[in-house]
Write a protein of this length. Structure first.
Length: 287
């Protein structure tokens, strides 16, 4: 579509108006569940300036007209959502969850489901640190405790940008610092050129993780067979209560009886009617 030439003539110093902010924040909330209060207006303006340049727009008025009056959302939504999502992630973040996974959850799951491949889901995987941490932990567990069993990890996110980074599995060296030395030797490849300050997750580990785009606001989660383990950590904090109820209910529907749900340490399920019981700090089991 030809872009409005009048919009091109305006200065990039143009500011995001309250009217346009309200339009954008409502769309972002309706589409992704992410709350965008008025105090985020400056942040949103800064992040969307890249989209103005990418689309050839020189004003927020032109950009918003393109989105909401000229069907620009059909092609721009993915990029708009990529621009506003927060993607904080670390390897072995909240490590007590992984201790519980190895010591309690996995042995229990193997007893309950002795003949199945273990299916796990990182439902807000960001750039991949969480699912690759899960893969390291599961690979170590099965190698020593159940070598005849197998596992697979589904990793999803709303942002296509972070999914592309996750699939590559390449990280700055400092981001891999939390990985224990023994696991680094097994599962992380160092560059041939020591001057390159980045490393890559091994092909063996990457083969155990499948990446896909998924919006937790959708009415159905197309994840295939039900899961034994679901991680949904540090994403609920961006949602209001109705959205949290929506997401948690759908996650529970994707969890096998006896399966485990892990949420972030700063998150809670208090006040929600869900078919789960708490078994540890921010760890729940499907009834």
């Amino acid at each position: 579509m030809a872009l409005d030439m009048a919009a091109r003539s305006q200065s990039l110093d143009d500011r995001l108006s309250k009217r346009n902010f309200d339009l954008l924040s409502k769309f972002i909330y309706d589409y992704s569940g992410i709350k965008m209060p008025l105090n985020k207006m400056t942040m949103l303006e800064g992040r969307l300036r890249r989209r103005l340049r990418a689309t050839g727009m020189s004003s927020f008025d032109g950009y918003c007209d393109y989105l909401f009056k000229h069907d620009g959302l059909a092609s721009e939504t993915v990029y708009l959502i990529d621009a506003v999502t927060t993607n904080k992630t670390d390897f072995f973040r909240e490590p007590k969850h992984f201790d519980y996974l190895v010591k309690t959850a996995l042995p229990d799951i193997l007893k309950t489901y002795p003949d199945r491949r273990i299916r796990s889901w990182s439902s807000a995987c960001s750039t991949g640190a969480e699912p690759y941490t899960m893969a390291m932990v599961l690979n170590e567990f099965f190698a020593t405790s159940a070598p005849e069993r197998d596992y697979f990890i589904l990793a999803t996110d709303l942002s296509t940008d972070v999914l592309q980074k996750a699939q590559r599995g390449i990280y700055a060296s400092e981001l891999l610092a939390p990985v224990p030395a023994e696991l680094m030797r097994k599962y992380v490849m160092r560059p041939a050129d020591p001057r390159r300050q980045e490393m890559r997750v091994s092909a063996k580990l990457r083969s155990k993780v499948g990446f896909a785009r998924l919006n937790l606001m959708d009415d159905k989660y197309p994840v295939g067979d039900a899961m034994h383990i679901i991680f949904c950590r540090n994403v609920l904090i961006y949602f209001d209560k109705p959205t949290q109820q929506h997401v948690l209910s759908h996650l529970c529907n994707c969890l096998l009886p006896g399966g485990y749900l892990f949420i972030g340490h700063s998150e809670t399920v208090t006040g929600f009617d869900l078919p789960i019981r708490q078994v540890a700090n921010t760890v729940f089991q499907r009834m």
